[in-house]
Design a protein. Sequence first.
Length: 318
Amino acid sequence: MKRNLLQGRTRSFITNGVPKWLLRTNGPAAFDPSCVITSGTATWIFGDGASQTANSATHSYSVAGNYPVSWDVLPDLVKQLDVRVDGVTKINTKPWTNLTTLYCYSNSLTTLDTFAAWTNLTYLYCYSNSLTTLDTFAEWTSLTTLSCGSNSLTTLDTFAAWTNLTYLSCYSNSLTTLDTFAAWTNLTTLYCYSNSLTTLNTFAAWTNLTYLYCGSNSLTTLDTFAEWTNLTYLYCGSNSLTTLDTFAEWTSLTTLYCYSNNLTATVIDDILVNLDTAGASNGLLDYSSNPGASDSLRSGAATTAKANLIVKGWVITI
């Protein structure tokens, strides 16, 4: 039986029989790599004398140690690699030029910086590693999904060429800015919470954005984003926001978490009135832990708007 992901399961992967990926096991563990190739079947060489011919392999290491894992598939046949979960410290730099999907999350990788040749890469899941940079990958112009959260990234500022990107998850890094990415006009989902961002003010062009999770940063304003008319979910709690004055245009908004900021009573009154005017039902609103949160500070119009929202099925936390 395979172990749970949190119980030390390990994976690794190497091209063309060259053992340049290092599988590190923390103890006896299951190892179950998988791949999608355009023809043939992969033979995995596990580094302990055992091997298996299967595109989805299963192997158990009985002794802790460092195992160089290889396989015999030609690089240009590889479409998808799955090497997720603890153990991988290095990935072979052979150019898998037809690779479209890579799962390498929850490993011990410190770099992916030799993979500029992956010009067909569409999906990259490299979260929960020890990556410090991804800045050599401007050539990945086919990329639509990037999940790189929980690393040690300080910048993503060379990726303006990723104009096909629709999903970006870069939470829990050390990013201070994302302000060079106005060209990401196809972006629909952005998870950038738990960084050190002070501004998102160049993103007015993201007119397709529907999900924005930017909590736990150092943002002071989001007020240049009247163009985000498709925005449905906004999580901007635990920042230093003093105003959200462009929300009258966000008529699709059904979830707003703006707790733990510096929003005044007037700002919260405007939020309530704008949401009521927009007419959405069954929404979520949390403006707790703001200076203007108390019901005793509500204007007459805002009191009426709040009551209307509750009738429409909104859950409001103050």
